[in-house]
Design a binder for this molecule. Structure first.
Ligand SMILES: [Zn+2]
Length: 127
């Protein structure tokens, strides 16, 4: 009986996205909002909780695996870059004033001229 249930579930999930990092983050965020919404003044957060949980479920059962995988990759990439920026003590990060490209320069060199590798615009920043 349990075996048949397991088999049925496996067959149901075939060709669907299943759980991934973005789905998990949405799920955990949704549960945090559920807890916060139990505080009377924060009851409005139940709406956010619903959105997060619905999004997580949507991702899990989605059949458009390629699209979901691309979203997940974009999300994990963003997260990795953010983490690198927050933990990197050897470099400073600036956005190019012309094109917005992120430029990484060594820290502690005083005022320096930076040339954007993408659009070649030069700008000065204190590193
Ligand atoms: Zn630029």
């Amino acid at each position: 009986m349990l075996q048949r249930l397991k088999y049925g579930l496996q067959r149901f999930m075939m060709g669907r996205n299943g759980s991934d990092t973005l789905g998990w983050v949405a799920l955990v965020l949704g549960m945090v909002f559920v807890l916060l919404a139990s505080v009377p003044r924060l009851a409005w957060m139940s709406g956010l909780a619903f959105l997060c949980l619905a999004y997580s479920i949507f991702r899990m059962y989605s059949r458009n695996v390629a699209k979901r995988r691309e979203e997940n990759l974009r999300f994990t990439g963003l997260f990795r870059r953010l983490k690198a920026r927050l933990t990197d003590r050897q470099h400073r990060y600036f956005a190019c004033p012309q094109c917005g490209q992120t430029v990484r320069v060594p820290r502690g060199k005083g005022m320096i001229k930076i040339r954007c590798p993408k659009c070649r615009t030069q700008f000065e920043k204190k590193s």
